[in-house]
Design a binder for this molecule. Structure first.
Ligand code: GTP
Length: 571
């Protein structure tokens, strides 16, 4: 295909505005997939994506299209479509995919209008110099108000109402104008075809049968079947070596490597341990396989006194972490215990030394030198919401130590807020809270911002006087008492009564800030059937053994693994 017959484009949108449905329709229209093939959302391939109805990994499809409207005698066009994830955690994936494109369809729901990720995705595309084709989708809905959405697109992004396409990916209305607009408005790839070959590796995944599969965009030159290629930065035998952003060139030629991508920034860290002690090897194997498919996760071995041998994993965000855990279980059958997620902190001591902390347990509880400063990462959050909820959201942001940067009206009923917030405050349940105080009408997105100084302390949890490393957390001093109290209460509700009294304490350094006790159990499990029915006794013992498997013994106290997970919710 000559490059003037090629269009590389992406579909970007706020979550649920219909990207994947639109992608499916376009593929049907071009005969790439059969109509009504029975498997909705062809490009959403992972089981977790189907279950959650979200796109996690960008997917690519190549379509052939005869553009009969414009170019009668002309041959077909080659259209490369990249479907991208909509959620904030995956914006890194979005920006990588965009680098392979010259244009993007910006899809907006006709009833919901511009939302937080519409804004974020628009700017990602705009900064990559892409031609933006605005598409208002779901015009079949009774509550659709395309004129209002057109006005929002004009006021927010200066997109002309005349350029907006109106479609329904569901009924097919207006779809025939989408691909002609792609061909007319989006420029062909700019590369020079008679220059030496340069390709940008923008994504890769691991296929059980075929091995590593790379997605590349040909930046310069031509590639033919049978050509031998080399990688500028690595040798490439595994996906780990298939470094995203690497330049691929024809073997034995010399080329200037392409700029590549900025490295991934891990925002959330958590320990991942096998739920039963024996599963370390299996977990290790599963992690290796899974990171082949998701190279944006970092993995390092660590050991915990409470949980044994495991790994410290770094994620792009909390949803990314959840999805990763779900994939570990579903695709590899591994049961894991994950520890309290933490963001990366930096501490400075009076001797001038600095400590970067990805695991709260690694921060000394009683350090030799005094902490003179500590820093935590922040984000710039964008929130779009109906104006009647503004008060509640401002309160929520204040409670989360946020600082207001902007407050504007998008139109008569909708407000655009910008806040700088500590990442720690939004990592766990901010989005849930936001949805609950706005009855689900607010949308939210964030981007990394700089570290800021903060008054941070380590909070230890002790069981019968012994600190449980996997339950340690780092909190803002002002919140330490509240969090300590809540952690103790939560733990009390999860730990079953033992044969002896269990004391639960929260401490900062050597100071106890909260405590409670679980009184001793009076009878053991067999007490009531001594001398009784032997099968019943056996059954009880079995049951007890089953329960034990899912416990972690800390000192002499058994902690059910739900406790480790439930405790995540306290912040
Ligand atoms: P993510 O991949 O999670 O970011 O979502 P998405 O933007 O790909 O949205 P998706 O295509 O999964 O569509 C979300 C929901 O909207 C689905 O239930 C679709 O059936 C529905 N939907 C998509 N297009 C239309 C449309 O034109 N009209 C109506 N009424 N519903 C639509």
């Amino acid at each position: 295909f000559p490059s003037e017959k090629i269009r590389n484009f992406s579909i970007i949108a706020h979550i649920d505005h219909g990207k994947s449905t639109l992608a499916d329709r376009l593929m049907e229209l071009t005969g790439t997939i059969k109509k009504g093939h029975g498997q909705p959302q062809y490009l959403d391939k992972l089981q977790v994506e189907r279950e959650r109805g979200i796109t996690v990994k960008a997917q690519t499809a190549t379509m052939f299209y005869e553009n009969k409207v414009k170019d009668e005698e002309a041959s077909g066009f080659l259209l490369n479509l990249i479907d991208t994830p909509g959620h904030v955690d995956f914006s890194y994936e979005v920006s990588r995919s965009l680098s392979a494109c010259q244009g993007a369809l910006l899809v907006v729901d006709a009833a919901q209008g511009v939302q937080a990720q519409t804004v974020a995705n628009f700017y990602l595309a705009f900064e990559s110099n892409l031609t933006i084709v605005p598409v208002i989708n779901k015009i079949d809905q009774p509550t659709a108000d395309p004129d209002r959405v057109k006005a929002q697109l004009k006021s927010m992004f200066d997109l002309s109402p005349d350029d907006v396409l109106l479609v329904s990916a569901k009924t097919g209305l207006g779809l025939e104008y989408v691909l002609p607009a792609v061909i007319e408005r989006i420029p062909p790839p700019p590369g020079i075809s008679d220059s030496p070959l340069r390709m940008l590796l923008f994504d890769s995944f691991f296929n059980e049968y075929k091995g590593v599969i790379c997605y590349v965009s040909v930046v310069d030159g031509m590639l033919s079947k049978g050509d031998k290629v080399s990688f500028a930065a690595s040798g490439m035998r595994t996906t780990k070596e298939a470094r995203i952003g690497d330049t691929i060139y024809r073997t034995k030629t010399t080329v200037e490597p392409l700029p590549g991508f900025k490295p991934v920034r891990h925002m959330v860290f958590s320990g991942v341990y096998p739920a039963d002690g024996s599963g370390f090897e299996a977990l290790s194997h599963a992690l290796e396989k899974l990171t082949c498919n998701d190279a944006s996760v970092s993995v390092a071995k660590e050991t915990s006194t409470a949980l044994g041998m495991g790994f410290r994993c770094g994620f792009l965000g909390l949803l990314h972490m959840d999805v990763f855990h779900q994939r570990l279980e579903q695709e590899y059958g591994t049961q894991v215990i994950s520890t309290i997620p933490t963001v990366p902190y930096t501490f400075e001591y009076s001797d001038g030394s600095k400590l970067k902390v990805q695991n709260p347990a690694s921060l000394p509880s009683n350090p030799k030198y005094r902490v003179i400063a500590s820093w935590e990462p922040t984000v710039i959050a964008t929130i779009i919401l109906p104006s009647e909820y503004v008060g509640a959201v401002i309160n929520l942001c204040a409670d989360r130590r946020g600082q207001q940067l902007e407050y504007t009206f998008i139109d008569a009923q909708r407000v655009f807020l910008k806040y700088q917030l500590p990442l720690r405050e939004i990592v766990v349940d901010f989005y849930d809270e936001l949805k609950s105080v706005t009855s689900g009408y607010a949308s939210f997105d964030y981007e990394d911002a700089e570290y800021q100084t903060s008054d941070l302390v380590k909070l230890d949890i002790l069981l019968n006087g012994q600190a449980v490393d996997a339950l340690a957390t780092i909190v803002h001093k002002q919140k330490a008492y509240r969090v300590g109290k809540e952690l103790v209460e939560k733990l009390k509700s999860y730990i079953e009564r033992q044969m002896f009294e269990v004391m639960i304490q929260a401490s900062i350094g050597s100071k106890i800030i909260a405590r409670d006790t679980i009184s001793a159990m009076r009878k053991n499990v067999l007490a009531k059937c001594y001398g009784g029915d032997i099968t019943r006794k056996k059954k009880l013992l079995e049951k007890q053994k089953e329960g034990k498997k899912r416990m972690k013994r800390v000192g002499s106290v058994d902690i059910p693994h739900e406790a480790f997970q439930q405790i995540l919710k306290v912040s």
